[in-house]
Design a protein around this ligand. Structure first.
Ligand code: ATP
Ligand code: MG
Length: 475
């Protein structure tokens, strides 16, 4: 059991940690994919694009007039200075041979050569820009864009713009650094999830598992100390409820078995005693009849008890099938009442039947209803004083038929009214009147009526009388 518990704990924990590590790796991989190269390439490309645009515009819109002598060197220089200040790049204006006409450059750029050695306008084979030290003019990598300056349909010169790669990519470096830091922070923050899992799910679950183990080993008194207002709390509340129900059931069963054994043992003891006494001659043959009657009485009691237990067991196992038919309730009542004739004459009790009509059909299980009536009339007679009347009356009420069994007997104390339906329950009042009863009769009555989907009620006043009323569907 312990081993199992441990296994459960470590697997859940382990699984979650594995998921967590996978999550960590995914975070690292994702951020690595957004690496600086990826960003730098993009930045260089777009910087080259905008450099090329400004070079081209300046070359066509402005510098071409230089070759008409419309612009002074000073004007050109100013224009180039403008480019330098807003694009942070060196601007070289050269003729087709590579001889410098004019130039401007930021402070951190080297001065241009007077002649670009091996100048080749087609260098780069049509690429938008060149990357490198541009003919060793720079000591760090630059990108170079080149725009032709055309005048009168002839290319007369070129405008070259150079920008340090490091200046372009510095933004990207900051960006990638930020991304890495952010993802690291996210990863660390996600430890909160792990912590929450530990506190909200894992620990309560362990407590609940422990409780389940306790229940399995028979300790139903264990209460789960999880009171949170969430699924864990509800689960443990349900389990606590379950264990209390099981406990009640266990108590009930112990009680039940104790009652049954007691009720079997006392008649058996008396039977054994009398039979032994008769066998060894302690009771002479002329007195035997009296004791044989007692033995017969006790045997009947045992038979009744066994029958009642079997019947209750039938209700408990729930595979009870009612054999419903249409029958005349009045006829059944008359028949049952007649079966009490002997007892009634002995006790001088009369049974009065009050029926509005001769026949009254109901739809129910006939044998069960016979038992119900038998038990109720039996009680009414048992708990009545001699010279009294027991009344059985039927009333039609809509689709129902109400049957009441009423007596003027000892009554049931108020605080016992709820308990009379319990198995083996007998009021203290009744013990003197009836020694044979086991207290199972009303339990069977109630189960029978409820199995029909109907109700039974009791009204009683101690010392005055009792009335039981149950309903049945009309036939
Ligand atoms: P059994 O029916 O098993 O022979 P029982 O009659 O004692 O035994 P129930 O019919 O279940 O048991 O009744 C339970 C208890 O309810 C009785 O013991 C008695 O105390 C009380 N009771 C039932 N009916 C009446 C009644 N008509 N008047 C007074 N008390 C009653
Ligand atoms: Mg009874």
């Amino acid at each position: 059991m312990n081993k199992k518990k441990h296994g459960f704990g470590s697997t859940l924990h382990l699984k979650f940690i594995v998921v967590y590590i996978i999550f960590g790796f995914l975070t690292i991989f994702t951020t690595a994919a957004i690496n600086s190269d990826f960003i730098d390439d993009h930045l260089i490309e777009s910087a080259a694009n905008s450099l090329y645009k400004s070079a081209n515009i300046t070359a066509t819109e402005y510098l071409s007039s230089y070759f008409n002598d419309q612009l002074s060197n000073h004007d050109v220089h100013n224009q180039l200075n403008g480019i330098v200040s807003y694009s942070d790049a060196s601007a070289w204006f050269v003729d087709t041979e590579g001889n410098l006409i004019s130039s401007a450059h930021p402070d951190n750029h080297p001065a241009p050569p007077l002649v670009i050695e091996h100048f080749d306008p087609l260098e780069g084979n049509g690429a938008l820009f060149l990357e490198g030290s541009y003919h060793d003019s720079f000591n760090a990598p630059v990108i170079t864009v080149m725009a032709p300056v055309v005048n009168g349909f002839h290319t007369k010169g070129y405008l070259l713009l150079h920008k340090y790669v490091s200046d372009i990519t510095s933004v990207g470096d900051i960006l990638t650094k930020r991304i890495h830091v952010t993802s690291l922070i996210i990863y660390l923050l996600s430890f909160i999830i792990l912590l929450a899992f530990e506190l909200i799910i894992y620990r309560p679950l362990r407590v609940i598992t422990r409780a389940a183990t306790e229940y399995a080993s028979g300790n139903l008194d264990y209460t789960i100390p999880v009171n949170t207002q969430d699924e864990m709390g509800y689960l443990s509340a349900s389990l606590n409820y379950m264990s209390s129900q099981l406990k009640d059931m266990e108590d009930y069963q112990k009680h039940f078995v104790a009652n049954v054994s007691h009720d079997f043992r006392s008649p058996l003891t008396s039977i054994k005693g009398y039979v032994e006494a008769i066998a060894d001659g302690t009771i002479p043959p002329e007195f035997q009849q009296k004791y044989l009657d007692i033995i017969l009485f006790e045997t009947e009691r045992l038979t009744d008890l066994t029958r009642d237990l079997l019947e209750l067991n039938e209700f408990d196992t729930k595979n009870l099938l009612l054999n419903k038919t249409q029958f005349d309730l009045h006829e059944v009542i008359k028949y049952i009442a007649a079966s009490f004739e002997g007892t009634c004459t002995k006790k001088k009790i009369s049974i009065e039947l009050i029926f509005a009509k001769k026949h009254l059909n109901v739809y129910a299980d006939k044998s069960k209803i016979e038992r119900v009536l038998y038990n109720l009339i039996d009680n009414a007679i048992k708990f009545s004083d001699p010279d009294s009347i027991v009344t059985v009356e039927t009333t039609e009420l809509g689709e129902k038929v109400l049957t009441s069994v009423k007596d003027n007997g000892i009554g049931i104390p108020r605080d016992a009214l709820n308990k009379i339906w319990e198995r083996f329950y007998k009021t203290d009042l009744s013990r003197g009147k009836d020694k044979k009863g086991t207290g199972l009769g009303l339990a069977i009555v109630k189960e029978s009526i409820q199995a029909h989907g109907e109700n039974i009620n009791v009204i009683s006043t101690e010392g005055v009388g009792t009335e039981f009323t149950f309903s049945l569907p009309k036939g």
